[in-house]
Write a protein that binds this ligand. Structure first.
Ligand SMILES: [Zn+2]
Length: 402
């Protein structure tokens, strides 16, 4: 089985090993087995290390069913040769920061709130843990979250020692592990300070100070648990920088400093809503007036007053309002459309005396030129891509009257 060098030294970035076995893969790739490796394989929620074996890039590392570490490389190596492994330290150290920060958070969640953490997900942008609370809590007030965040950062600033080792079963049974292990043989323990003990195979810095900074970024229910999302170390700095950049841009746009941004945004939004409301009311009033004026010019033919009109950029509520202005007129059948940049809204309605079925008419007309809709025999709405739908509707009405 591969001797995993990272267990004893998370800072080992360069190592020599012998290639025991290779399996060729497609596209000039290989599975490579070594006698020893400092490459961390994807496991326990922590993604694998990247780096090189000789000059070959290592693009994936995992543990196979027999417990050996498998390195997927771009290139060709041969069994029996000695290789030099080089770990991508920036990636490894980032993972060490996130993983150790997770342990401190999970420890605080347990100590303060008796919440049980179910695994770690260390993602590309942020990381998360899912927590079960004894009382099934799916929400925590900001005061508790701020206290958790402060306590994690206090532990980071105290620069507590972090120790990773394989205790023998007797020692393991004496340790106050946050979660009891399923077995007692070959269990690796991570200890942070003197009150956080947890079984873990991950890579960690030697002291908490190296985590740098911890920030909760989101806490919300997920699949029956409460999900805590966070960033540590350089990721926390980058997140702060991104937030500051956004605040700067918003401050310049709204001419307001940080403290006044919510009020400034609220002012603009309420002015926008008022303007939109006034604009919509004016549009609707204009549409009603236009339609009344046009309907007055339409004669009754074969017992029907067919009012057909096309608007531009009117929403469906405004169309309905416009139709309501004339559909009390006797014998009235109203075919309205409104053009927008990507679509044509349709509204067919009629005076209740007329015995045509508006829903059937709209669907039949749409069939010819594409479109869809539904409604009742008095009132139907839909959408189409071609205004010739109105020609077709008019033709169908005439046909049914003749
Ligand atoms: Zn861990």
């Amino acid at each position: 089985m591969t001797d995993r060098l990272y267990y004893n030294d998370a800072y080992l970035t360069r190592f020599a090993a012998v290639v025991k076995h290779v399996i060729p893969l497609d596209n000039h790739k290989q599975k490579v087995y070594l006698d020893r490796s400092a490459f961390y394989p994807t496991s326990g929620g922590q993604p694998c290390d990247f780096g090189t074996l000789n000059a070959c890039p290592v693009t994936e590392v995992y543990v196979d069913d027999s417990g050996d570490v498998v390195h997927i490389i771009d290139g060709v190596l041969y069994p029996g040769i000695q290789v030099e492994g080089q770990i991508d330290w920036a990636r490894r150290f980032d993972h060490m920061q996130q993983h150790a920060g997770e342990h401190i958070l999970a420890g605080r969640v347990f100590m303060n709130l008796r919440g049980h953490t179910n695994g770690l997900h260390l993602g590309h942008a942020d990381s998360s843990i899912d927590v079960d609370f004894p009382d099934g809590s799916m929400h925590l007030p900001d005061s508790i979250l701020f206290r958790l965040e402060d306590e994690v950062n206090e532990r980071i600033q105290s620069d507590l020692p972090i120790r990773c080792w394989f205790p023998d079963p007797d020692e393991l049974k004496q340790l106050p592990l946050r979660k009891p292990p399923a077995e007692y043989e070959h269990i690796r323990v991570v200890q942070i300070g003197n009150d956080e003990f947890c079984a873990c195979g991950g890579t960690h810095p030697s002291t908490t100070g190296q985590i740098g900074l911890f920030k909760l970024t989101d806490v919300r229910p997920s699949r029956g648990k409460l999900r805590f999302t966070f960033v540590c170390g350089k990721r926390a700095n980058m997140s702060f920088r991104d937030h500051m950049e956004t605040v700067k841009q918003l401050s310049a746009l709204l001419s307001a400093d940080l403290g006044n941004l919510p009020t400034a945004a609220n002012d603009i939004l309420s002015r926008y809503k008022n303007t939109l409301y006034t604009l919509n009311r004016e549009r609707t009033d204009n549409a009603r007036a236009q339609l009344i004026q046009f309907a007055n010019t339409v004669p009754v033919v074969n017992g029907i007053k067919l009012v057909r009109f096309v608007f531009n950029g009117l929403d469906s509520e405004a169309l309905k309002n416009a139709a309501a202005a004339i559909n009390s007129q006797p014998n009235c059948v109203i075919l309205l459309a409104s053009r927008s940049s990507d679509n044509i809204s349709l509204l067919f309605t009629k005076n209740s005396e007329v015995s045509l079925d508006m829903c059937a008419l709209l669907r039949a007309a749409c069939k010819a030129y594409g479109g869809k809709g539904g409604g009742t025999s008095d009132f139907a709405r839909g959408s189409a891509l071609d205004l010739r739908v109105l020609d077709e509707a008019e033709r169908l009405i005439t046909e049914s009257l003749i």
